[in-house]
Design a protein around this ligand. Structure first.
Ligand code: HEC
Ligand SMILES: [Cu+2]
Length: 348
């Protein structure tokens, strides 16, 4: 494009009238006020706003330390730069001089250049050092204060739910129950595509990758339910791939753990319902009434365990192989549960 073309595209500044400038100042004030309002919302307390949840574990506390350090440094730089900008805008405004007047050209300011190179280097080095100090504590157990040996839970990410396998054979779906104040070690993998295990109040994000096991430690500092969400876009129902960790007092945990193991072994637990609610309801609805997947109510296939089993292990069209690799315990519990929808074509 030639010189003339460019000139035509450039804003015609000479036409800027005082009225326009007043309007621009108004807009600036408006944006600044909006920023203040949003900053207030952003800093509002848990669980609203942009401030991190928790921290409810020593690991999350260290992550939060890093978060606040970065906020402090970047916030400081922001205020400094924007403050200087606003100062200069007012200090060096044109005061009736011609708009085409050029400022003096300055060459070489070695000292200044060294300083503005050194400061970012120092800031970055400080951040790296801080992170390196905190990192070991994020990636490992905190056994000094933990009561008892760690609980090890296998976490399987699947389209579109989480399966938890405990050492004594107990299976849980979407909600993981753990003892408070005890170290928990998770072995995280995936049965299909990449997912990401993320309970912000307790730990950072950990990828769930097929064929690879990632390890994660946490220790819930208090009893309570800590919610999370799959942190990796994994397909149609990704937004419904939620998770929760429920931390209960150690003795409550132990009695539940033993009771649940017996109930699941004898087929009297609610594992079937839990599996349906976690693994099927996202698409078929809680009453199998259909939403993304077809309405299953009254479907004769629900009476044919072998057919459903094949379907769950292989998937079909848009239905993923949700039951691939399930233990017979989980498969049987689900098959027993879905039978209840076989006869109910109305209601739910
Ligand atoms: C990601 C969504 C999704 C999930 C999760 C899902 N389904 Fe499906 N399901 C579908 C879709 C879509 C179809 C239709 C498949 C087709 O096009 O053949 C289907 C079909 C079916 C059918 C066959 C109906 C027929 O008449 O052939 C059954 C039975 C079924 N699903 C049961 C389940 C069960 C049980 C679960 C949980 C263990 C489950 N589905 C999880 C989406 C899903
Ligand atoms: Cu996912």
């Amino acid at each position: 494009m030639g010189h003339q073309g460019l000139a035509r595209l450039a804003p015609r500044r000479r036409n800027a009238t005082p009225g326009k400038i007043v309007r621009r100042t108004g807009a600036l004030v408006f944006v600044a006020l909006l920023g203040l309002v949003l900053a207030h919302v952003a800093l509002a307390g848990d669980p609203a706003g942009l401030s991190p949840r928790g921290p409810d574990s020593p690991q999350a506390a260290k992550i939060e330390g890093i978060y606040w350090l970065l906020i402090a440094i970047t916030g400081g730089i922001f205020v400094l730069v924007e403050g200087a900008l606003i100062l200069f805008v007012f200090r060096f405004r044109n005061r009736g001089r011609s708009r085409t007047l050029e400022g003096p050209e300055i060459h070489g300011a070695t000292r200044l250049e060294l300083i503005w190179t050194a400061i970012p280097v120092v800031i970055l080095a400080a951040i790296v050092a801080f992170v390196l100090v905190k990192l070991p504590g994020i990636n490992s157990a905190d056994s000094a204060k933990a009561a008892g040996p760690p609980l090890i839970v296998k976490v399987e990410g699947r389209q579109f739910y989480w399966n938890f396998l405990y050492p004594n054979g107990v299976i849980q779906v979407e909600r993981m129950r753990v003892p408070a104040n005890r170290d928990v070690k998770l072995l995280i993998n995936s049965e299909d595509v990449d997912h990401s295990w993320w309970i912000p109040a307790l730990q950072g994000k950990f990828d769930a990758i097929p064929g690879k096991t990632n390890h994660l430690w946490f220790r819930a500092d208090r009893r309570g339910t800590f919610e999370g969400q799959c942190g990796e876009f994994c397909g149609y129902e990704h937004p419904h791939m939620v998770a929760a960790v429920q931390a209960v007092p150690s003795s409550d945990f132990q009695s539940w753990y033993d009771r649940e193991a017996r109930a699941q072994a004898s087929g009297t637990s609610d594992l079937g319902k839990m599996t349906f609610d976690g693994a099927c309801a996202t698409c078929h609805g809680f009453h199998a009434q259909g939403a993304f997947g077809p309405d299953l109510r009254g479907n004769p296939i629900l009476q044919q365990p072998a057919a459903i089993k094949t379907l769950l292990q292989n998937g079909r069209n848009k239905m993923p192989a949700v039951g691939k690799g399930w233990s017979s315990r989980q498969m049987n519990a689900l098959l027993a549960y879905v039978k209840r929808f076989a006869g109910s074509s109305g209601g739910g």
